[in-house]
Design a protein around this ligand. Structure first.
Ligand SMILES: [Zn+2]
Length: 196
């Protein structure tokens, strides 16, 4: 329970897995769990030299422990993943490649949990949910392209989708995001939207 295969995929910029293959299946660190009698109610986690040390109260069931390990690991994977991605460089490259407007500003947003991304048309600022950082690059690129397209077309009409489809993996990425947001709602773009 306290170890996972140590596979480091963070240095693979061209990494393009199949749709079914998500970064959730890999872990850029090893996990060690400590059951502590001193710890009463909270779970602690600390990443030290490639090992995520998770401390759980000793009364906790193995099932609960496994849930916490997954939760903590996912959170640390996301944090580590944002470091590997230069959002600005990616956005500029994508706007050049697909002939789209350039954002004035683009950055990660930790607080954004109900949407994948937003684009504020007044300011040309794009925010990308930190949750996306753990997804494959081609999905992140799709979300960036989606928001860049909103700088040209506000709604989700046919004009909009025609622009979005300049990105060759748009359809696959939409499928991926629907699967990922399935637990909350079935509406594909409750998550990636714009605000004017
Ligand atoms: Zn949208």
């Amino acid at each position: 329970m306290n170890t996972r295969p140590k596979i480091n995929t963070l240095q693979l910029p061209g990494f393009e897995p199949s749709v079914a293959d998500t970064i959730d299946s890999v872990q850029p660190f090893r996990v060690e769990v400590l059951r502590s009698k001193r710890r009463k109610s909270t779970v602690g986690a600390q990443l030290i030299g490639g090992v995520l040390h998770i401390t759980v109260p000793s009364w906790m069931s193995r099932i609960e422990e496994a849930e916490w390990v997954e939760k903590m690991s996912a959170s640390f994977r996301r944090q580590l993943s944002t470091d590997r991605i230069d959002l600005r460089a990616r956005a500029l490259a994508l706007s050049r490649r697909h002939d789209l407007p350039r954002p004035r500003e683009i950055r990660w947003d930790d607080a954004m949990t109900a949407r994948w991304a937003t684009c504020t048309l007044d300011t040309g600022a794009i925010r990308i949910s930190t949750r996306l950082a753990a997804f494959p690059n081609w999905v992140i690129d799709y979300v960036i392209v989606h928001e860049l397209c909103h700088m040209e077309v506000a709604g989700h009409g046919p004009d909009f989708w025609q622009l979005v489809n300049r990105y060759p993996k748009a359809e696959r990425a939409v499928g991926y995001l629907i699967a990922k947001s399935g637990e909350r709602d079935g509406d594909e773009f409750a998550d990636a939207d714009f605000s004017a």
